[in-house]
Design a protein around this ligand. Structure first.
Ligand SMILES: [Zn+2]
Length: 78
């Protein structure tokens, strides 16, 4: 967590040694843009995340290949 914050402060969040990357998604409930962390070492997955603004559940799905993000979608979970 601390290293993520340090990277964000430095303005260099695109390349992380652990194949993690930030991505901004739009909440399907309140339409706010919220940043999420993606682990690109797993290829593709979907998971639930609570919106940091309205606290409602979002299903985040993403695909990656070779550590490169191909697509990410955010859908309402309810
Ligand atoms: Zn929201």
């Amino acid at each position: 967590m601390a290293s993520h914050e340090a990277a964000a402060l430095a303005g260099d969040v695109a390349v992380m040694s652990e194949l993690e990357q930030t991505c901004d998604i739009t909440c399907p409930h309140c339409w706010e843009t919220i940043p999420i962390w993606l682990d690109l070492s797993v290829g593709s997955q979907s998971y639930y995340e609570d919106c940091s603004v309205c606290c409602r559940s979002i299903v985040i799905s993403y695909e990656s290949e070779g550590g490169e993000l191909l697509s990410v979608t955010a859908d309402a979970a309810d």
